[in-house]
Design a protein around this ligand. Structure first.
Ligand SMILES: [Mg+2]
Length: 163
């Protein structure tokens, strides 16, 4: 079976407006245009994958259960918008920076785990991030296409994809 290509997405600042350590559903606000972008990419064969640093857990600002509540809300809204995505497509790093883990971006751990789980073709995949560390992590993992976008801005897949 052919390997699948992925659309990797950072969460805060790309999927939702980055209000800083978003740990409550009330603070989760989708960035304009992002649901349409994901749907278009999916229609072109990209598997949506979320890769998000959540050091708010490691720092004790909110719990993993809080994160899961926010994630369930995000996935429900995505599914309502016609996007095929489930919990297994969301990868998160709960560690604080001083824990020196292998998953916190700019480390490539989450990308490599996703690639193993879904048999992804990383050189054909895309990453959208709003921080240099998102792009560094994707590059270290071998993700072939990378877009560094301004935080919280409306996005269009066709622009990113060079159509
Ligand atoms: Mg971000």
């Amino acid at each position: 079976m052919a390997k699948r290509k992925a659309l990797f997405l950072d969460r805060d600042g790309v999927i939702n407006v980055d209000h800083g350590y978003v740990g409550r559903v009330e603070d989760f606000e989708f960035v304009e245009g992002i649901l349409e972008l994901i749907r278009e990419a999916e229609a072109e064969g990209y598997l949506p994958i979320v890769v998000t640093n959540q050091s708010g857990i490691g720092r004790g600002y909110y719990s993993e259960a809080d994160f899961e509540k926010v994630t369930a809300h995000m996935l429900e809204k995505m599914q309502e918008a016609g996007i095929g995505i489930g919990r297994e497509q969301v990868f998160f790093c709960p560690h604080a920076p001083e824990e020196r883990c292998a998953c916190r971006k700019p480390q490539p751990g989450m990308f490599l785990e996703a690639a193993r789980r879904f048999d992804l073709e990383l050189p054909a995949s895309w990453m959208i991030g709003d921080k240099a560390t998102d792009i560094e992590a994707a590059e270290a993992a071998g993700v072939g296409h990378r877009a560094l976008v301004p935080p919280d801005q409306a996005l269009q897949w066709k622009e990113l994809n060079g159509f």
